[in-house]
Write a protein that binds this ligand. Sequence first.
Ligand code: ATP
Ligand code: MG
Ligand code: FE
Length: 332
Amino acid sequence: AIILGIESSCDETSASICIDGEIKSNIIASQAIHAKYGGVVPELASRAHQQHIIPTVDQAIVQAKIHKNDIDAVAFTRGPGLLGALLVGTSFAKSFALARNIPLIEVNHMQAHILAHFIDDPKPEFPFLCLTVSGGHTQIVLVKDYFEMELLGQTLDDAAGEAFDKTAKILNLPYPGGPLIDKYAKEGNPHAFQLPEPQIENLDFSFSGLKTAILYMVQAQEKINPNFLQEQLADVCASVQSRIVSILLNKLKKAAKLTGVSRIAIAGGVSANSGLRKALLETGDRLGWNVFIPKFEYCTDNAAMIAIAGYQKYLQKSFVAQDVTPLARMHV
Ligand code: ATP
Ligand code: MG
Ligand code: FE
């Protein structure tokens, strides 16, 4: 079966073609406009999706070397995400399915981040644990089957990606700052600055205290040395990244112990972070985990993960009717 996947939940417009479970194209149009404002502006995101959606889908079809008429079903991100952004992808998918008289498949964006692990080999066996760390979410999920997932813990305030991006803002780095912190951290000393680890008993997370601690630390240092940020950017980035990574890994260890599950995956934009990937491999080695790390292009938002999730739903004949509407909030 040939599935067209559509993603438009935040600030990337993406289209992908999946043929019998194999990804043939994954076109991503990112929206540079938001950098100017230091964060995603919902209204601008909707307009950019509207401009990008047709050329993105066309390109995905051309690159997959198929014809529009060959497509058997359309899968789209129903939520969670920005409502105006979701509306563009949803409306496009509905029109496409209606015009070609093919089934329509809704996909949960957070489930899709996890199901990106079923694009390439090795694929994890069920059940496995997934740490989903993205711009809007931080979750530990027990994945029992493709669409049977249990949320074991989540953030009480900021997401891990937000912790990176808000810290970057304090450090005067442009949005999205996560990848930049990753880059500068490579040349810094992770032990240069002591940052707090929140004391939360269960599997929930908190990152807002860390952000405040970083702000106060930078302000105090700048009083002593006005050039502090220019001179010690790498050390600050390394210290921040190492703390975020240790918070994430400590919870994963706890979850593995509690559930007895030792197949451990990471997903979402922050799973592109080199410090997290390295620490997960090391911890996994030490504790005998079977570790699953996605390819870079499947970490941040992409339609390949929507198409692969859509393919599984296609096999289950799990379709939706034309009156389906997007949802800003949706649970895994
Ligand atoms: P959600 O999936 O929760 O709806 P989103 O779709 O906006 O949110 P993603 O596209 O999955 O999130 O991830 C974007 C986030 O990933 C941003 O916060 C970005 O800074 C972060 N990120 C991307 N690459 C890296 C990296 N190398 N290191 C740290 N953070 C990163
Ligand atoms: Mg994005
Ligand atoms: Fe996402």
